[in-house]
Design a protein around this ligand. Structure first.
Ligand code: C2E
Ligand code: CA
Ligand code: CA
Ligand code: CA
Length: 280
């Protein structure tokens, strides 16, 4: 038994060491990725549930590793966050999104009222002067003030509620809207909801996935939608893959959705398809 225990600890330590070394390798690769511009933004359409009309998009970060190919954000975003590199990459994401908006705007493809959402990590949001820097970036591009949305998780509020509200309000005064991402997966959502200046809730795909087969997920989604509507918030369901899921969301009064049922996130060129179609 003792022998076995030692083996287990040995194995555990080895696993830990492997994990740490994998992360260090990835961190090194990520430094290169920034220099060599291996990042790209992809765009997933956001649509009106009732009409199917395009109302905007979510920008999602993609990393094309020279040897390993496409690496999932689920793997590299945590490493960016742990290493602090997310500050640099996050700023790049915002600038790239503004650049793209400027381009689509000039082509007359980005219509008034449409919003492009970028994901903002807690560490990025809490950085000194975050709001000032974003406002400066917005000023450099001549964008309609209401074209940018920021998707944040409740992770941004955990400690400093007052500062969080201050930063959000400063940005909101410049036309930036906020969406609460992964809604329902945390623990403190509802108490913060009342205080935070968010304009929409994103219903996590883990709830939408089984909505057609799991009664409790259905009840949960319906409750989130009802509560959101009472609080005057827009509701965006993510991870919609089938028509049956869309039918239920329609019935519950959810206004917007994203998901493979329409399209995964695609590169800027491919996204033109949705913009052209939406412009008809
Ligand atoms: P998220 O913000 O919750 O984004 C939704 C994820 O679901 C995306 O994964 C998207 O590609 C995927 N998805 C969309 N529709 C469907 C569907 O119908 N079915 C399924 N199964 N999945 C769907 P992705 O692109 O791999 O991103 C994963 C996470 O990485 C994001 O979750 C977000 O938290 C983070 N992330 C991505 N880009 C950025 C970024 O630029 N900055 C930051 N800070 N985080 C990012
Ligand atoms: Ca998101
Ligand atoms: Ca999510
Ligand atoms: Ca997430």
């Amino acid at each position: 038994v003792k022998e076995k225990g030692r083996d287990a600890i040995e194995f555990f330590n080895q696993e830990m060491a492997n994990k740490v070394s994998r992360q260090l390798v990835m961190e090194g690769d990520l430094h290169h990725a920034i220099e060599l511009e291996q990042f790209e933004l992809y765009y997933q359409p956001k649509l009106n549930v009732q009409t199917g009309e395009l109302v905007g998009a979510e920008a999602l970060l993609r990393w094309h590793h020279p040897d390993k190919g496409a690496i999932s954000p689920m793997e590299f975003i945590p490493v960016l966050e742990a290493s602090g590199l997310i500050l640099q990459v996050g700023q790049w994401v915002i600038e790239q999104a503004c650049l793209q908006l400027e381009c689509w705007g000039k082509l007359g493809l980005w219509r008034p009222g449409m919003r492009l959402s970028v994901n903002i990590s807690p560490r990025q949001f809490r950085r000194q002067r975050f709001a000032d820097d974003v406002v400066a970036t917005l000023a450099r591009f001549e964008l309609p003030p209401d074209s940018l949305d920021m998707e944040v998780t409740e992770g941004i509020v955990i400690q400093h509620v007052d500062e969080t509200i201050e930063t959000m309000t400063a940005l909101q005064n410049h036309g930036v809207s906020f969406s609460l991402d992964d809604f329902g997966t945390g623990y403190s959502s509802i108490s913060y909801l009342k205080r935070l200046p968010v304009s929409s809730l994103k219903i996590d795909k883990s709830f939408v996935g089984d909505i057609t087969v799991d009664r409790s997920d259905r009840v949960l989604v319906e409750t989130i939608i009802t509560m959101g509507r009472l609080l005057d918030l827009e509701l965006v369901a993510e991870g919609v893959e089938h028509e049956e899921q869309l039918d239920i969301l329609k019935e519950y009064g959810c206004q917007f959705y994203q998901g493979y049922y329409c399209s995964p996130a695609v590169n800027a060129d491919a996204f033109r398809f949705f913009l052209d179609r939406g412009a008809q």
